[in-house]
Structures are given as structure tokens and as C-alpha cells.
Design a protein around this ligand. Structure first.
Ligand code: ZN
Length: 399
């Protein structure tokens, strides 16, 4: 059987041991159990190198001997399997009003999760809370060694004007300080990612995008973000800000936005826009749980909520058509911090533009899908970054 990623070959030089380790672990993870000689052949490594790495991975609990395979002649080889419970990764999502934590095993199974409202999203307070939640999660799932943490915050990173003001950004946070502060508080290596990109990675690992190599993910955080996976890899842009779709103008001359544009997409289709609309109709007050209120209004087919849904769906329909024509994805996925029932209703109300490359009679998937990894999707994506980094050879470090 030919494995899709096996073309990233290993090398026998000591300098690239970390790379070889990823190549071997990634092969074992994707394979259905392989012996040392087969792994060596498939990864382009010597049997000795593979034996050393397998020994190390076995000691760390990441790989298990899974019996012997029947052979035509001679001693049947021991086959090795990936052990998803050999370690775990933490994922954190910082939103302006909440901290979400997920502890995931290496197979993307959630071992513990928590969402804590934030009175203040000041970095120091958030780092302290992260350390507290990490300790709590480890007590809930003892026996899983932590290999790292992923941290997601809303973009954009380091853009004057866009990141200086508004309800959808985190005041006082910068990308560099966030990763360094979290690493210090947790005592772990920390990988940083934008919320929408992390959510797309989670959706591909354990949600509606499993098996998809090309898709767009519209992420409802406080605002609206976009994660693009193209040929299996997240697209980040030169400065990590690719996918700032919330500030694409869909209604010229429309509602003013903190970014100084008018008619930005996230002024219509976002959690922030929903809450503002419900408050303006007197349907939501300060003490209410917004999700519970929105779900009750949806169940009652409330006209005030329907007004927002129609308006948001109309703005989103334009955005979906734009994404289809720009990226030619297998599907566009809507997900994130809105209840599933509300996202389903939004998908039902979409009136997608006919002038799109996505209109093919041989489509295998609907043009738009609702995400399936739930409200902790971005935090799970943060943990997935760590997992991905452990088992996937990096193209930029390949010899
Ligand atoms: Zn804007």
C-alpha cells in the first residue's frame, strides 16, 4: 500500500534525527501495523536507524509492539502500532470573554475540557488561569504525559488599526508575548495559532472535514475568521494573517466597523452581531446566557431572531461564493462558538450565488457543511497543532 505522505523521505544523518523521528512516527500512525524492515523501506532509512528510533518511541510509550505478523518464511517480524494514549496535548483558546481548555490524547480524543468566563482578558490573569486549568486537567487524566500546549487567539497579528480596537480583539496581547507567557506559566513548549486556522485543523482531525485536503472554514469566534486548508496544509500568509474575512466588505456603505471600513462581513454574520441584534430588540439582557436565549428563540421561531438569521445568511452567502471562486474548496464549513442548531439554521437559510465554480453536477459534498467538533473546536485545534507537530515531518526542516 502506498501511503500518501511517504514521499517525504527520511535521511540517515544524525543532524536530522528529529525529522526522522517524525517520519517514522507519522508512518506508524497512518499504517495498519508495520515491522522495522517495512518501516525502513517505506521511510528511506536504514533498519538500524529505524530500530533505534522505534526503541526510543517505545520507551516513551508513543509506539507499541502489536504482535507478530505471519511471514512466508523465517521469523515473523514484530509489528508496531501508534499508541494514541502514549501522551497528551493541551489546547487553549483565549476569547475576549472566555478561556477554553481541552486536553486531548494523540488521537484527538478529548480527555478533559473546561470553559471559564473571563472577567478580564489581561494576559497575566489569563496565564495564571491556564496553569490552574492545566493542573486540574492532568489530575482528571493521570497517566498521560504532556508533550506540549497549543494556544489560539483571535487574529490579526501585529496590524495597526485592525488590532488596536474593537470587541473582537484581545487588548494587550501580542503573538510573541502570548506564546512566551503561556510557555512560562505552563512549563511546556507552546505553539501559537490563529483561532480560525486551529479550528480548521481540529475539524480535519476529528470533525466534518475528515478526509478533506482542500476546504475553507468560517469560524464564529466573537467576530468571524477564516481558516484555509489547501493540499492538506493550513495557509497562513506572510504574517500569519491570511483569512481575515471578517473585514471583507459585503455591504458597501453599510454598518460602520471598528476597522474603519463600512459593511464588513462580521458586522452581519458573527456572534457579536447576533448579540447586538438581540439586545437591540430587547430579547437579551446583561444577565442572560446568550446561547440559551438564542436557542429558546430559535425553538419558538421568533421573528426577531429570524430577522438576524436572514440578514446573516445573506451576507454569508456572498462570502461563501467568494471563497468558492477564490479557493475552489471541496466544501465550506461553518463552525465555532455558536450553538449547532443555530449554525444548522444559518446553513438552511443560505442562498448561494449561482455564479460559482462550486456548481458541479458531480459534487460529492454539499457546498456548505456545519462543523462537527463543537464549541471547543479551536481549543482542540490548538492541541492538534502539538499532535501534528509530533507526527508530521516539517517540509521546512526536510533535508
Ligand atoms: Zn471591519
Amino acid at each position: 500500500m502506498i501511503h500518501r505522505h511517504a514521499h517525504i523521505a527520511g535521511t540517515n544523518s544524525e543532524r536530522t534525527k528529529a525529522h526522522n523521528r517524525r517520519v517514522v512516527l507519522g508512518y506508524v500512525q497512518r499504517g495498519a501495523g508495520a515491522g522495522r524492515a517495512e518501516i525502513a523501506r517505506a521511510c528511506g532509512l536504514s533498519t538500524q536507524t529505524v530500530s533505534n528510533l522505534i526503541g526510543e518511541l517505545e520507551t516513551e510509550g508513543l509506539v507499541l509492539a502489536a504482535g507478530r505478523r505471519r511471514a512466508a518464511r523465517g521469523q515473523p517480524p514484530v509489528v508496531y502500532a501508534f499508541n494514541p494514549d502514549g501522551a497528551a496535548a493541551l489546547g487553549f483558546e483565549v476569547r475576549p470573554d472566555a478561556l477554553v481548555m481541552v486536553l486531548s490524547n494523540l488521537g484527538g480524543r478529548i480527555l478533559a475540557s473546561r470553559q471559564v468566563p473571563l472577567a478580564s482578558a489581561a494576559p497575566e490573569a489569563v496565564f495564571k488561569l491556564m496553569a490552574h486549568l492545566a493542573a486540574e486537567a492532568q489530575r482528571a487524566a493521570p497517566g498521560h504525559r504532556l508533550i506540549g500546549a497549543g494556544l489560539v487567539i483571535p487574529g490579526p497579528f501585529g496590524v495597526e488599526g485592525l488590532s488596536a480596537a474593537g470587541a473582537t480583539v484581545l487588548p494587550g496581547w501580542s503573538a510573541e508575548a502570548a506564546a512566551a507567557g503561556a510557555a512560562e506559566a505552563l512549563g511546556l513548549p507552546v505553539l501559537l495559532e490563529k483561532d480560525a486556522t486551529a479550528a480548521a485543523i481540529a475539524e480535519r482531525m476529528a470533525g466534518a472535514a475528515q478526509g478533506l485536503d482542500n476546504f475553507c472554514y468560517l469560524y464564529f469566534g466573537t467576530g468571524l475568521g477564516l481558516g484555509v486548508i489547501a493540499q492538506g496544509l493550513p495557509q497562513r500568509g506572510a504574517f500569519g494573517n491570511a483569512g481575515e474575512v471578517g473585514h471583507v466588505v459585503v455591504r458597501p456603505g453599510g454598518l460602520p466597523c471598528d476597522c474603519h471600513n463600512r459593511g464588513c462581513l462580521e458586522q452581519y454574520a458573527s456572534r457579536m452581531a447576533l448579540l447586538r441584534h438581540l439586545a437591540s430588540r430587547g430579547l437579551l439582557s446583561g444577565e442572560d446566557d446568550p446561547d440559551a436565549v438564542a436557542l429558546a428563540l430559535l425553538a419558538a421561531a421568533d421573528a426577531g431572531l429570524a430577522e438576524w438569521l436572514d440578514d446573516a445568511a445573506s451576507a454569508l452567502s456572498q462570502a461563501v461564493g467568494l471563497l468558492e471562486n477564490l479557493f475552489d474548496p471541496q466544501a465550506v464549513i461553518l463552525g465555532g462558538a455558536l450553538p449547532d442548531a443555530l449554525l444548522d439554521d444559518l446553513v438552511d437559510r443560505l442562498d448561494l450565488p449561482p455564479g460559482s465554480v462550486a456548481r458541479r453536477s458531480a459534487r460529492q459534498l454539499p457546498r456548505v457543511l456545519r462543523g462537527a467538533s463543537g464549541p471547543t473546536t479551536a481549543a482542540l485545534g490548538a492541541a492538534a497543532l502539538v499532535i501534528h507537530d509530533t507526527v508530521t515531518p516539517r517540509l521546512d526542516t526536510a533535508p
